[in-house]
Design a binder for this molecule. Structure first.
Ligand SMILES: [Zn+2]
Length: 317
């Protein structure tokens, strides 16, 4: 009989963890605030205490760990991570395996979430798809032939940094016109602040005194209530997605796209806009054949993904 596996989702604000029994059911879960400010040693101590609390004395087969950022090709060390500077350059896998006495499998969080959707979410039954998260930024994972495609150097799936407008807005990566700069939650808020200054006929002006309190959710609710300026912001966001999705389709002959992350709460509102726009950008024979599905694992996507990443790695051993 297989022992349980731990799935960890390490995010900028919280560390979530779950203990998975043999058939993938969650039997215990917990969450702590991410310890940013007390150095690497304290971070590792806190993480190991958190895992021991979840395990509660049982033996486990492995710990899977999903984390935002770029890992080395062997997935042992975090090379770049804007949200987790405390762990940059640290041989995380070696440190954790030494302390926890079991295999530790590290995966980029969006890659892990793609594996989760493949095994237990909207990706079931689809051998090829692109999963992406719409949140503050845009992360993604690419599944080809039912396997995660990491690329030659482990950097595949940077969907958010496809160029959709060559002279467009400045992206956090330093480039102009990335999808992330035009279709993320951050981009929706930026467009709302710009629109508030340019248009007099929008409810956004109610927030003119406190633009920093604007959220994608506020823009979405106004758009749904019929505010034409907010609707146009979502149309612009959808156009960026359609351009990027059509390009991926044209390159890979891929038909299934799965969207998760906080902004996917507005899926019912924006997905018809994206699909209409996609049909103007693909060959006529492909029109109506692409699918934009909503991710199914929601807030648990990270821990499920880490669990499935660990299971996949154990199967390869
Ligand atoms: Zn970029």
């Amino acid at each position: 009989m297989n022992k349980p596996i731990i799935g960890l989702d390490i995010g900028g604000t919280a560390i979530k963890g779950a203990l998975f029994a043999e058939f993938g059911e969650i039997v215990a879960r917990n969450e702590i605030a991410t310890p940013h400010d007390s150095g690497q040693e304290f971070f590792i101590d806190s993480l190991c205490d958190f895992v021991r609390g979840l395990v509660d004395g049982q033996a486990v087969d492995a710990v899977g760990l999903g984390i935002a950022g770029i890992l080395d090709p062997e997935c042992t060390t975090l090379i770049e991570s804007p949200n987790m500077p405390v762990l940059r350059g640290m041989p995380l896998k070696a440190h954790l395996e030494q302390r926890l006495h079991c295999p530790v499998i590290i995966e980029n969080d969006a890659n892990a979430a793609a594996l989760g959707e493949l095994q237990a979410g909207a990706g079931r039954g689809h051998a090829n798809f692109l999963f992406f998260t719409l949140g503050t930024g845009i992360g993604s994972g690419l599944i080809l032939n039912s396997r995660l495609w990491r690329g030659e150097q482990g950097r595949a799936g940077e969907f958010g940094h496809l160029t959709v407008y060559p002279e467009g807005a400045l992206c956090g990566c330093g480039k102009r016109g990335c999808l992330e700069a035009h279709s993320s939650g951050t981009a929706i808020v930026r467009m709302a602040v710009e629109a508030m200054r340019q248009h007099s006929d929008t409810e956004l002006r109610c927030h003119a005194d406190t633009p920093s309190a604007l959220t994608p959710e506020i823009v979405y609710q106004l758009a749904r209530a019929g505010d034409a300026v907010c609707r146009d912001i979502f149309k612009s966001m959808a156009r960026g997605l359609a351009i990027a999705i059509a390009d991926v389709h044209n390159l890979l002959d891929m038909y299934t796209f799965i969207v998760g992350g906080g902004i996917s709460r507005a899926y019912d509102y924006f997905s018809p806009m994206v699909m209409d726009d996609i049909d103007q950008r693909v060959f006529s024979s492909a029109r109506g054949r692409l699918r934009l599905l909503r991710a199914e694992l929601g807030n648990d996507a990270g821990v499920y993904g880490a669990y499935y990443a660990a299971r996949e790695a154990l199967a390869r051993l």
